[in-house]
Design a protein around this ligand. Structure first.
Ligand code: GUN
Length: 297
């Protein structure tokens, strides 16, 4: 092991502490406590875990957590009605509708219905557009967390060659916008990119968000590069016993850690940053909507 392992768990704890301090400041100076509303439709087990964790961390930061759990058969109109009520509720600073939604509900229609000022996921077209033209915006939590980790691992991102593997609306595309804002030279590669390994080898900063277990090998990493692994993939682990599994990223960690200058592990890298960034986005949304000084993370 030569590369430095980036401790996302510790950085997320610091971010949560910063958020808690801002929340306490809002209460003292402006007399309000930010509220985050999370909406879960159906009983998807992974979503239930995420929503429970979001609620717990929201409360731990001193904010109000409002959970709305609706049955899987909820009509789209009923969900849109709830979103409209949350939009109109002055005590709600952030709204997150947990994805995926049941098949009979249009995700684009629901995301479009959320007030962009309360869109703590940063998925609304208005926030996507604002980010792309360099205006203040609420930005998706996972790429925001990656940017914070990369900024600190590399000290100066200006002029760095950044290669993002993955072009999703949730990670790859907003990641590209955020790294452009940091003055990187950005390449967005994906599973169909020709000579993908060679493209990755150009990177001073390599962000892996393809969703394929250990696809990015050690010899795709430029010596000394910073590697940020967004992937969370569960694979069989027969060495741990029959039927056991383990989590791996999109990067072959043991190989890449020999070559990289710094690298995020899975678990314990990007993952913990995502919910912490959701809390950060909630205080950002509260400050922007209420005309207060907007914190910088
Ligand atoms: N489901 C999995 N990740 C996310 C996320 O970041 N936001 C929402 N709303 N749903 C998700």
């Amino acid at each position: 092991m030569t590369g430095k392992i980036i401790d996302g768990k510790a950085r997320a704890a610091k971010l949560r502490a910063d958020v808690a301090e801002i929340v306490a400041g809002f209460h003292k100076a402006a007399g309000f406590t930010p509220g985050l509303a999370v909406v879960l439709v159906g009983e998807d087990p992974a979503s239930q875990v995420y929503v429970r964790n979001k609620g717990r961390e929201t409360l731990a930061s001193g904010m109000r957590s409002l959970e709305h759990r609706l049955p899987a058969k909820t009509a789209e109109a009923e969900l849109l009605d709830l979103v409209a009520r949350l939009n109109a509720d002055d005590g709600v600073d952030g709204i997150l509708v947990q994805l995926p939604l049941p098949g009979h509900i249009s995700e684009p229609a629901v995301l479009a219905a959320i007030d962009p000022q309360k869109d703590v996921d940063g998925f609304h077209i208005v926030n996507v557009g604002r980010l792309s033209v360099g205006l203040d915006a609420l930005v998706p939590c996972t790429p925001l967390g990656c940017t914070i980790l990369a900024r600190e691992a590399m000290s100066d991102l200006t002029g760095a060659e950044a290669v993002i593997v993955g072009r999703s609306n949730i990670v790859g595309k907003p990641m590209a916008q955020l790294l452009l804002k940091e003055n990187c030279t950005v390449t967005v590669a994906h599973s169909r990119t020709r000579d993908l390994a060679d493209v990755c080898r150009r990177a001073d900063l390599l962000v892996a968000a393809v969703g394929r277990p250990e696809m990015i090998r050690g010899d795709w990493v430029r010596p000394g590069a910073t590697v940020i692994d967004v992937g969370i993939n569960r694979i069989p682990a027969p060495e741990k016993g029959e039927g056991k599994t383990r989590l791996v990223g999109d990067v072959a960690f043991a190989e890449a850690a020999e070559i990289a200058g710094a690298i995020t592990p899975v678990p314990g890298g990007v993952g913990p940053m995502t919910i912490a960034c959701l809390l950060a986005n909630t205080v950002t949304a509260a400050a922007m909507r209420r005309g207060l000084e907007v914190p910088r993370f």
